[in-house]
Design a protein around this ligand. Structure first.
Ligand code: AKG
Length: 321
């Protein structure tokens, strides 16, 4: 039976602009006007917001199952979870650990797709159906990701498959699963679950246990993502902003903790292989009127550049001689 999670009452959720909701069933419609409307809605959301709620994806039952096994994993005793502890000194970045802004938080990470590159030995073994449920969800999510790339590609005036192919296709777009577990926080205003940042990847797919906390920055204000039944939130990241020559917005976001409820979120990052994909504005989007806004780089180079910018910001200014 699926775990039922109470929805925390959202205050002021109807005030001001809200993250757009896009029903992607429209892509498969026989009616051309419906398909065109769906493409336009997706394009406008990617350009103006860089984030959207996706509904009509056809996998609601899988979301409940995924929430159930993830929640059960975090209910395990610490000793059991330590079996999956990240081995950071050895460079192993998958596993279970605590690297969020709020150190009481925990997370578990592992590659989910392509399946031939995953290492099942580091996926949680408990609950016993974790692997099957997560694998099945991954296969469904991969299909949905193609639909999103297709809609975005058509919205840019490109052939349907162009954007995903340029992004690395089935082999070189990696899907990394991360489950964040944020304990209740008596002083939520003093702590952030995830600090404000943009994603460095192409797309992030997010679901949570119906406890709101994700905020995105829109027109000078933080907007909280409301609970939209059965939706998967999709955020645009820096790598897709580059391919679109700056047309799509890599959205600034942060994650809040909750005073009364444990918050769990599942984020699946779709990102380029670290050195097999060259990121650069797609040639069709570069014109005299719209020169390239970004240079050529691999994902590994982009990540390094971003990390060093963050470090520069954090390190104190050198003392005057
Ligand atoms: C992240 O882990 O990158 C997030 O943005 C988490 C979002 C959330 O907890 O809702």
């Amino acid at each position: 039976m699926a775990t039922k999670v109470a929805i925390v009452e959202e205050k002021k959720s109807d005030e001001g602009p809200q993250i757009p909701i896009i029903d992607i069933k429209g892509l498969d419609s026989n009616d051309e006007a419906v398909r065109k409307r769906c493409v336009k809605q997706m394009h406008d959301a990617a350009v103006n917001w860089g984030v959207m709620h996706i509904v009509g994806h056809g996998i609601p039952a899988k979301l409940d199952k995924l929430r159930e096994v993830g929640t059960q994993f975090f209910d395990l005793l610490v000793k059991e979870k330590e079996k999956y502890a990240k081995d950071q000194p050895s460079g192993m970045i998958q596993g279970c650990g605590s690297k969020l802004a709020n150190s009481a938080s925990e997370m578990v990470c592992h590659l989910m797709f392509p399946e031939n590159q995953t290492d099942l030995s580091i996926w949680p073994r408990k609950p016993s159906n974790y692997v099957d449920v997560t694998k099945e969800f991954g296969q469904n999510l991969r299909v949905m990701a193609t639909k999103i790339f297709t809609l975005l590609s058509l919205g840019l005036g490109l052939p349907a498959e162009k954007l995903e192919t340029e992004a690395g296709g089935m082999e070189n777009i990696l899907f990394q699963m991360k489950i964040n577990h944020y304990p209740k926080c008596p002083q939520p205003k003093q702590a952030l679950g995830v600090e404000a940042d943009t994603d460095v990847n192409y797309l992030t797919f997010i679901l949570h246990n119906n406890v709101p906390g994700l905020q995105v920055y829109y027109l000078g204000k933080w907007v909280t993502a409301k609970n939209v039944p059965d939706s998967i939130i999709v955020r645009i990241g820096d790598s897709l902003e580059i391919l679109s020559n700056g047309l799509f917005k890599s959205v600034l976001h942060r994650g809040l903790v909750n005073k009364e409820k444990v918050r769990i979120s599942w984020t699946i990052s779709a990102e380029p292989h670290k050195d097999k994909v060259l990121l650069r504005p797609l040639p069709k989007l570069v014109t005299k009127a719209s020169p390239p806004k970004f240079g050529l780089c691999t994902f590994a180079q982009l990540v390094r550049k971003k990390d060093s910018k963050i470090k520069d910001k954090e390190s104190p200014a050198p003392a005057a001689a």
